[in-house]
Design a protein around this ligand. Structure first.
Ligand SMILES: [Mn+2]
Length: 242
């Protein structure tokens, strides 16, 4: 949540994105890493994060980013976000993990950052989808169209296409970006915070419409979280998955 003086911006961002999720009555709230700016977050800031996560009216699924990675010194060894409520789900295993939300017809695969370096591949080995409903992925890294360079935690177009995910929630880049490869649509939501190298404060509102597919909406906030919703009155079976 930043150094002293930045906290109000970062805290405002989290408040705003939670407010927006409540306003939009979303079915899932996805946090694709870097909830915290670093692993030395003070306890009053952790309490603030829990207060905000507790306000969310739907399941929250979160992974770690590079700033709050699951290293030995991780903040998440002294802070358990799931204590904010039974609706908080934290995928923190190094190999990633899968969660099923049967009432929503959604399966979520997620993999957070343990070690942010050039050999880390955030979108390697996405489990094959053996699920009838929507298949959503969450990961944290740097998408590059071509050429690897020396960047850490790279995500490639082929990996996105090969994932066979319906939607991939990306974290790391603080600018709202829509990406599509193969049948997979992905997005960076931008950041809900001011002072992140951009003046845009945004989130991604993603609608899953049976028969139509995935629609990604850029949402302006006065907000690194992703709000996901489906049309509740419709069945959740996506026709394009057959
Ligand atoms: Mn990051």
């Amino acid at each position: 949540m930043g150094a002293k003086g930045e906290e109000s911006f970062a805290q405002r961002g989290l408040i705003d994105v939670v407010d927006k999720a409540i306003e939009l009555e979303v079915d899932l709230f996805l946090l694709a890493g870097d909830l915290f700016d670093h692993n030395r977050v003070k306890s009053r800031c952790l309490e603030f994060a829990s207060e905000q996560l507790a306000r969310v009216q739907c399941p929250v699924v979160m992974i770690t980013g590079n700033h709050d990675c699951m290293a030995d010194y991780s903040v998440f060894h002294r802070y358990d976000p799931t204590e904010a409520g039974e609706h908080i789900h934290f995928i923190k295993d190094e190999e990633g993990g899968v969660l099923d939300f049967d009432d929503l017809g959604v399966r979520i695969w997620g993999k957070g950052i343990v070690d942010h370096h050039p050999e880390n591949k955030p979108l390697e080995r996405v489990p094959e989808n053996e699920h009838d409903g929507w298949y959503i992925g969450m990961t944290h890294g740097y998408y590059v169209e071509r050429g690897a360079g020396l960047y850490s935690s790279l995500i490639t177009p082929d990996e996105i296409a090969d994932s066979k995910l319906d939607y991939l929630a990306l974290g790391h880049v603080h600018v709202f970006t829509e990406i599509c490869h193969g049948e997979t649509q992905a997005a960076y939501p931008g950041s809900p915070n001011m002072n992140q190298g951009t003046r845009e404060m945004t989130a991604a509102h993603v609608e899953f419409q049976p028969g139509e597919g995935v629609k990604i909406n850029r949402v302006e906030l006065a907000g690194h979280a992703q709000a996901v919703s489906r049309k509740a009155e419709e069945p959740v079976m996506p026709s394009f998955l057959g």
